[in-house]
Design a protein around this ligand. Structure first.
Ligand SMILES: *Cc1c(COP(=O)(O)O)cnc(C)c1O
Length: 408
C-alpha cells in the first residue's frame, strides 16, 4: 500500500492533532504485526478454533442448473461466529489491542452487527467495551442491543445530530480523544483514517486467499468473476484481495434501495449521486449535498446503509479494476427467496445484493466459467424485515400474539 494510506487520490488521515500520537502508535503496531509471520499464524489459529475458518466454498449446483450458465460457487462467510465476516476484523483487531497492551475497546455501530461482533471479541479477550449507537438505531435494533449488553458491553445511545450511524462515529472519536492511553477504537469496515482501510482489508483478505485456493482445488481454474456486496467495503475487499493480480473480473454490488432514480439508495460508486469529499477522517466518494451535508441513505439491508465507501475501492474503480452495480430492495428479496429454495442457504440481505448481480450475469457465461459469490453473512437476523417484505400472514399473527402476551 502507498505512503500515508493514500490509494490514488483517496484515503489519507484527517484527524485532530490530539489523536496523531495514538494513530502513530496504531500504525506502528499494525506494521510490526504485519511483518511478523507468527502474528498471522496466531490469527489463523484463533479463527480456526473460534470461528469456523477456513469457511467452505460451496458449489451451488441447483442455482447453476436454474440459470444454465456459469458454475456458481458461494464463499460461506455466514458460517463465521456471530454470523458474518465481521468476526475476521474484530478478532484481528483484538490481537492488535493485546499487542499494544490496552484494556478497553470502543466501537460504533449502525444496525448493531458490528457492535455485537466487537462486544463478542471484548468478552473473549477480557476487555472493557463501550458501543456507541444512534438513539434511532437503538430503538430499531433491540435484539442486537440485548446481546451486546449480555456480552458485557455498555451501549451508549447517541442523541446528537440525526441520531444514527454517523453520529455514533463522531461520539466514538470523542471518547477516543479522552481515553486514548487505555482505549482502542475498533472501526468496523475498510473506511476511516489510515491505517484502518489497510488493516481491516488485511484481516479480511483471509477470505480471498482461502477462496482462491479452494476454487483452484475444486475446479482446477480461476473464476471468471467474483461478486461481493459493498457497504463500507470490507467483505468485498477481503475476497477481491485474493484475485487482484489475476485475470478475474471483480464486481462490487451496492444498495440500489428503491431504485437509483428515486434517490433513495446507498449507492456511491454505481450511481452519479456521490461526490469526492473529506469526512470522518478520510477522503472518498460520499453521498452529500453541495454543502458537504451528508444525505439520507436507504437500503433494505441495514449493513449497506452508509454514506461513504472504502477509499481502496474508490481507487480500484477509478483504475477500472473493479466494476460496480446496484441491486434494488425488491431484487434482493427475490434473489434471497430463490437462494433459500434452491440451495437451502439463507444469505443476509446485505450479501443478497451480490447474488442479484451474479444471477443477472450467470446466464451470459458458459458452463466452462466459474462464478464466486461472497456470502458475507447469514440471514436469520433479517427475519423481521424479510417476513415483512414477503408479507407472511402467519408471521404477523405471531408478532401480534407476542405483543398481546406482554400487554396482558
Ligand atoms: C456489515 C455487513 C456488510 C457490509 O459491510 P462491508 O464492510 O461492506 O463488508 C455486508 N454483509 C454483512 C452480512 C454485514 O453484516
Amino acid at each position: 500500500m502507498r505512503e500515508r494510506g493514500y490509494y490514488g487520490d483517496f484515503g489519507g488521515s484527517f484527524i485532530p492533532e490530539i489523536l496523531v500520537a495514538t494513530f502513530d502508535e496504531l500504525v506502528d503496531a499494525f506494521a510490526e504485526a504485519k511483518a511478523d509471520p507468527a502474528f498471522w499464524r496466531e490469527y489463523e489459529t484463533l479463527m480456526s478454533s473460534y470461528s469456523c475458518r477456513p469457511t467452505p466454498l460451496t458449489y451451488a449446483e441447483n442455482l447453476t442448473e436454474h440459470f444454465g450458465g456459469g458454475r456458481i460457487f458461494i464463499k460461506r462467510e455466514d458460517l463465521n461466529h456471530t454470523g458474518a465476516h465481521k468476526a475476521n476484523n474484530v478478532m484481528g483487531q483484538g490481537l492488535i489491542v493485546k499487542r499494544m497492551g490496552k484494556q478497553r475497546v470502543i466501537a460504533e455501530t449502525g444496525a448493531g452487527q458490528h457492535g455485537v461482533a466487537a462486544a463478542t471479541m471484548a468478552a473473549k479477550f477480557g476487555f472493557d467495551c463501550t458501543i456507541y449507537m444512534g438513539e434511532v438505531d437503538v430503538q430499531r435494533q433491540r435484539p442486537n442491543v440485548f446481546w451486546m449488553e449480555q456480552l458485557g458491553a455498555e451501549v451508549v445511545p447517541v442523541s446528537s445530530g440525526t441520531r444514527i450511524l454517523k453520529d455514533a462515529i463522531n461520539e466514538a472519536f470523542r471518547d477516543w480523544v479522552t481515553n486514548m492511553d487505555t482505549t482502542h477504537y475498533v472501526l468496523g469496515t475498510a473506511c476511516g483514517p489510515h491505517p484502518f482501510p489497510e488493516m481491516v482489508t488485511w484481516f479480511q483478505s483471509i477470505i480471498g486467499s482461502e477462496a482462491r485456493r479452494q476454487v483452484l482445488e475444486q475446479t482446477g481454474q480461476l473464476p471468471a468473476r467474483v461478486y461481493a456486496c459493498v457497504g463500507g467495503g470490507s467483505n468485498a475487499m477481503g475476497i477481491f484481495s485474493g484475485f487482484l493480480d489475476d485475470p478475474v473480473e471483480l464486481v462490487g454490488v451496492e444498495a440500489g434501495g428503491r431504485g437509483l432514480e428515486t434517490g433513495e439508495h446507498a449507492s456511491r460508486l454505481a450511481s452519479d449521486d456521490a461526490s469526492v469529499g473529506i469526512a470522518q477522517g478520510y477522503k472518498t466518494y460520499f453521498l452529500q449535498d453541495g454543502d458537504g451535508q451528508m444525505k439520507e441513505t436507504h437500503s433494505i439491508a441495514a449493513g449497506l446503509d452508509y454514506v461513504g465507501v472504502s477509499p481502496i475501492l474508490a481507487d480500484l474503480r477509478e483504475a477500472g479494476r473493479v466494476r460496480f452495480a446496484a441491486a434494488t430492495d425488491e431484487e434482493v428479496v427475490e434473489a434471497l427467496r430463490l437462494t433459500i429454495r434452491k440451495e437451502g442457504l439463507i444469505p443476509a440481505l446485505e450479501s443478497s445484493h451480490g447474488f442479484v448481480q451474479a444471477f443477472k450475469e450467470a446466464p451470459t457465461l458458459s458452463r466452462d466459467d466459474v462464478i464466486v459469490i461472497n456470502q458475507s453473512g447469514r440471514g436469520d437476523k433479517d427475519i423481521f424485515t424479510v417476513a415483512d417484505a414477503i408479507g407472511d400472514p402467519k408471521w404477523k399473527q405471531f408478532i401480534r400474539e407476542k405483543a398481546e402476551e406482554y400487554d396482558a
